[in-house]
Ligand binder design. Structure first.
Ligand code: NDP
Length: 238
């Protein structure tokens, strides 16, 4: 493994499990100083920290002050990955409105405030990467309204901040996965077959495959890619 990110300071919001943990592992292996946040999974966070040498910080993305404080804790940052997210699926007529509001806090408000705070703390030529979803572009089955709304919203955040921070060489992009094998969406879950039906490559992605795209966008090679949505979905949307 090359030390491509040696000397770089990376903050990952939501790094205790799934895609975020894979991103923490990859940046740490590539030589970066990594700080990551977690909320509920203290044990998993401690294990990732011990494994990678990264620093775990407890910060609930549903609470604005905690998100902003977590970003500030990273010091002067080079790369911020806003990964923490929740999914609530089901008939909107029956969903708990409080749960939907919490999803909005975590999936929309936190990326906005984290992105702005990142811009405040960041070196020139920094990188902000938000983990969105193909549901930001399309909804292929019922029950995904709140989640899809949140993933469309981060597209606007990325486009806007790309303009705001572009003069400093900071890029802002969204990575939009299709199905990824994590606790949120296990590859052996009841909906897997239905999800695979529309894909050219009929399997869940691994979290590490998503992390590869994040590391590319964070690299110097991606300096002119900004305000974009980078889809990694095995051809689900073609
Ligand atoms: P997981 O549920 O496996 O992991 C979610 C991560 O986010 C955990 O580290 C969790 O930490 C953290 N997190 C959740 N809520 C909060 C919170 N309130 N404050 C701080 N951290 C929080 O999900 P995935 O890894 O699958 O998902 C990661 C991102 O990728 C999400 O934004 C999701 O929407 C997106 N995505 C996932 C897809 C999939 O198929 N898996 C497809 C497309 C997009 P903790 O447990 O410590 O709270």
């Amino acid at each position: 493994m090359t030390q491509e990110f040696a000397g770089k300071s990376v903050m990952v919001l939501g790094g205790s499990r799934g895609i975020g943990a894979a991103i923490v592992r990859r940046f740490a292996a590539a030589g970066a100083q990594v700080v990551f946040s977690y909320s509920a999974s203290a044990e998993a966070a401690a294990a990732i920290a011990a494994e990678t040498g990264a620093t775990a910080v407890k910060a609930d993305s549903a609470v604005r002050d905690e998100v902003v404080a977590a970003i500030a804790m990273g010091g002067t940052l080079d790369i911020v990955v806003i990964n923490a997210g929740v999914a609530i699926m089901g008939d909107p007529l029956g969903l708990d409105p409080d749960a939907v509001d919490r999803l909005i806090d975590i999936n929309i408000r936190a990326p906005y405030h984290a992105g702005v705070e990142a811009g405040r703390r960041m070196n020139d030529n920094g990188r902000i990467i938000i983990i969105g979803s193909i549901n930001g572009d399309r909804v292929s089955w019922p029950g995904a309204t709140a989640y899809a709304m949140s993933k469309s919203a981060v597209q606007g955040i990325a486009r806007g901040l790309a303009r705001d921070f572009g003069p400093r060489g900071i890029t802002v992009n969204v990575v939009q996965p299709g199905p990824v094998d994590t606790d949120m969406n296990p590859a052996n879950g009841p909906l897997a077959k239905m999800m695979h039906a529309g894909m050219a490559i009929k399997r869940h992605a691994t979290a590490d495959e998503v992390a590869s795209l994040v590391l590319y966008l964070a690299s110097p090679a991606a300096a002119m890619i900004t305000g974009t949505m980078q889809t990694i979905d095995g051809g689900a949307g073609i």
